[in-house]
Design a protein around this ligand. Structure first.
Ligand code: PGA
Ligand code: ZN
Length: 422
């Protein structure tokens, strides 16, 4: 049974405060989880509660959420069975009483939800991936974000993320090696071309490039110069995060200095997908551009993974609606977009039943917490998006997956290209 739930204010990878929660069980087991934070957030995400006190952390303090953890939530879940995740999550949802977890904060609720699962796993002396997925053995294909733009960097790139995926690796550890090698080749190439090689929020380079084509050319060349065949060994994935540059019904590429209509924007994406080995595009369209989402799914859905992030917000109801409307063919899953582990698992279930692929994802503001690495394996979702091959809050997840692969030994299977349909 749960004996005590304690929250504290710690720092995330951007140096902003976030919530960390400890859950202590009667048998002495401890579960600890830290909550991530997004920059390009979807409008339907569960609410991240910030104090708004300008005298602390520029208003970004999370003391109110911590008070909810130490007070109301502690009182409600003390005595509950940590193994009954659904009951604990339900209790917090009911206690909060708002649709978006706005009263106590999804950051408070998620911290407790994840820490409860980790405490229960500790009580069974099992790693989380095994506790939450007894038959789990699938190591995910990683989406490695090696060039950062958009809201994640101070450069002119309109698209937020340019990622590589080692689809031709045979193990997860090999995928990490391949990704790291390409990352370092890219670094040298950028440097030789006179670009700075400082990194953005997710550890990818943030050079002053203007167009997607410029970034993609650098990446293709880096893949080749590392000794891999683009599209065979290493594929490319994009997250334009299009909600961020959709204004008044048009896609406003400020960096490129071009405005594209919905149809022109889709044509542009199709041109890029034809010219480069792009196998996945996340948020190709803005969250409220329903017609655009329909058009892009008709145009590219047969050949490219189209991942819904802002448009679904890890919300099973929004996803079900999207499935009904026939938009996207994949979903990005971020635990803090919905706020409890149980609800996240229900969303994964909904996606899998509809034949949508699932990508477990970090946020641009992360911590050293590696829970999503375990959850990617536990759910068997087969794909993870956790940033570049630099910055410890990103590599921590890769390192955890290397450990899990080692522990699974001969049972482990690396998803590779097989996870990508079509
Ligand atoms: P965010 O970005 O965490 O800043 O929302 C990640 C993404 O858009 O996938
Ligand atoms: Zn995204």
């Amino acid at each position: 049974a749960i004996v005590r739930v304690t929250g504290r204010e710690i720092l995330d990878s951007r140096g902003n405060p976030t919530v960390e929660v400890d859950v202590l069980l009667e048998d002495g087991s401890l579960g600890r989880a830290a909550v991530p934070s997004g920059a390009s957030t979807g409008t339907n995400e569960a609410v991240e509660l910030r104090d708004g006190d300008p005298l602390r952390y520029h208003g970004k303090g999370v003391r109110t959420a911590i008070e909810a953890v130490n007070g109301e939530i502690n009182a409600a879940v003390t005595g509950m069975n940590a193994e009954d995740q659904a009951a604990v999550d339900e209790a917090m949802i009911t206690l909060d009483g708002t649709p978006g977890k706005a009263r106590m904060g999804a950051n408070a609720i998620l911290g407790v939800s994840l820490a409860v699962a980790k405490a229960a796993a500790a009580s069974h002396r099992l790693p989380l991936y095994r506790y939450a997925g007894p038959d789990a053995r699938l190591l995910p294909l990683p989406m490695m974000n090696i060039i950062n733009g958009g809201a994640h960097a101070d450069n002119p790139l309109d698209f937020q993320e340019f990622m590589i995926a080692p689809i031709g690796a045979t193990t997860f550890a090999e995928a990490v090696r391949m990704g790291s090698e390409v990352f370092h080749t890219l670094r040298s190439a950028l440097k030789d071309a006179g670009h700075h090689t400082g990194v953005g929020d997710e550890g990818g380079f943030a050079p002053d490039l203007r167009s997607a084509r410029e970034a993609l050319d650098f990446i293709v060349t880096a893949i080749e110069n590392t000794g891999y065949v683009p599209g065979l060994h290493v594929a490319i994935m994009l997250d334009p995060a299009a909600s961020e540059f959709y204004r008044d019904g048009v896609y406003d590429y400020a960096g490129e200095g071009v405005r594209r209509s919905v149809a022109e924007h889709v044509d542009h994406l199709a041109d890029l997908a034809a010219a480069y080995p792009i196998v996945s595009i996340e948020d190709p369209m803005a969250q409220d551009d329903a017609e655009g989402w329909k058009l892009v799914t008709e145009t590219l859905g047969g050949t490219c993974q189209l991942v819904g992030d802002d448009v679904f917000c890890t919300n099973a109801a929004l996803l079900a609606d999207g499935i009904e409307r026939g938009i996207a063919n994949s979903i990005l899953v971020k635990v803090n977009q919905i706020g409890t582990l149980s609800e996240m698992l229900a969303t994964v279930e909904t996606a899998h039943r509809a034949g949508y692929t699932v990508v477990m994802s970090h946020r641009s503001g992360e911590t050293e917490d590696v829970t999503i690495a375990d959850l990617a394996v536990a759910t068997g979702c087969g794909q993870i998006k956790t940033g570049s091959l630099s910055r410890s809050e990103r590599t921590a997840k890769y390192n955890q997956l290397i450990r899990i692969e080692e522990e699974l030994g001969p049972q482990a299977r690396y998803a590779g290209r097989t996870i990508l349909k079509p």
